[in-house]
Design a protein. Structure first.
Length: 275
């Protein structure tokens, strides 16, 4: 491991937004685009948000990787994690971001919230690798058993359905680690206070991370691309960074923000353009 990478990981292990900033600046200055891809993407996202005077970043963190956790999970499931998933968790053990638009009528109340309450503009709370396989299982599954066309017992739900990103009191991203997805957790957005997991498109972890970065953690940005009635019956979305770069970054100068990537067409039964 290079000296610079050691320094970056030490900063991240120390925790806190100031150390994340220092780690990002070091990675950026040394052109560590492969070794620190996700840290640089995270820092670039913050830089973009700061370009809008109406955006107030409440708090953020980027958690140091924990390679031993990846090894433990691989030993448990009896196979290596899928390369794209492993790449993320070799560089980070999750990330957090909370931002608000100063034009939000509820901003005074929301500033003090420590969870994604109603009206939050931007929120990311992506969990670590151990959480994906062991913690934060769904307490209530609602209609989610329709996701794979078979009713699940509470034990099966607890073993295979875990929180990946809790970004809204109304929506979350669930990681499914059962079936053919033990090494490549499949993501689905929960709706209706996490009661329904069928009205959204399925997505792989690396693609979801690109969506998060391109939308800058906007709650509505994620809903825009993923929310679709019976979306779970459509092909899994796998857009990469290049796909998102076809579209301009969101315009947060407007309120509500303007997004340029395609909308899911929630009320339409027509298949939208596949990624």
């Amino acid at each position: 491991m290079s000296d610079n990478l050691n320094k970056i990981n030490q900063l991240l292990q120390s925790g806190g937004s100031a150390n994340v900033e220092l780690a990002y600046q070091l990675a950026k200055s040394q052109n560590m685009t492969e070794q620190c891809y996700y840290l640089i993407r995270f820092g670039d996202m913050l830089h973009y948000l700061r370009g809008f005077e109406n955006i107030e970043i409440i708090n953020f963190d980027f958690y140091a990787p924990n390679p031993s956790e990846c090894s433990k999970i691989e030993s448990e499931i009896g196979k290596p994690l899928e390369a794209g998933v492993k790449r993320f968790y070799e560089q980070s053990n999750g990330m957090f971001l909370y931002w608000l638009d100063k034009r939000n009528e509820s901003i005074d109340n929301l500033r003090s919230s420590d969870y994604p309450d109603y009206g939050v503009d931007g929120y990311i709370d992506i969990k670590g690798i151990n959480d994906i396989y062991h913690n934060d299982h769904l307490d209530s599954f609602g209609y989610g058993h329709d996701l794979f066309d078979g009713e699940l017992s509470s034990e099966e739900v607890e073993a295979t359905h875990h929180m990946f990103d809790y970004f809204s009191v109304y929506n979350d991203m669930m990681a499914y680690t059962g079936g053919d997805f033990t090494a490549n957790p499949l993501l689905i957005m929960g709706d209706d206070h996490q009661a329904c997991y069928t009205d959204a498109r399925l997505m792989q972890i690396p693609s979801y991370l690109e969506l998060v970065f391109h939308s800058c953690g906007s709650v509505e940005g994620r809903r825009r691309l993923l929310k679709k009635y019976n979306g779970h019956k459509l092909p899994i979305l796998t857009p990469d960074k290049a796909w998102f770069e076809q579209y301009k970054m969101p315009d947060f100068g407007e309120y509500p923000a303007v997004f340029y990537f395609p909308e899911s067409g929630y009320w339409s039964d027509d298949s939208d353009e596949e990624q």
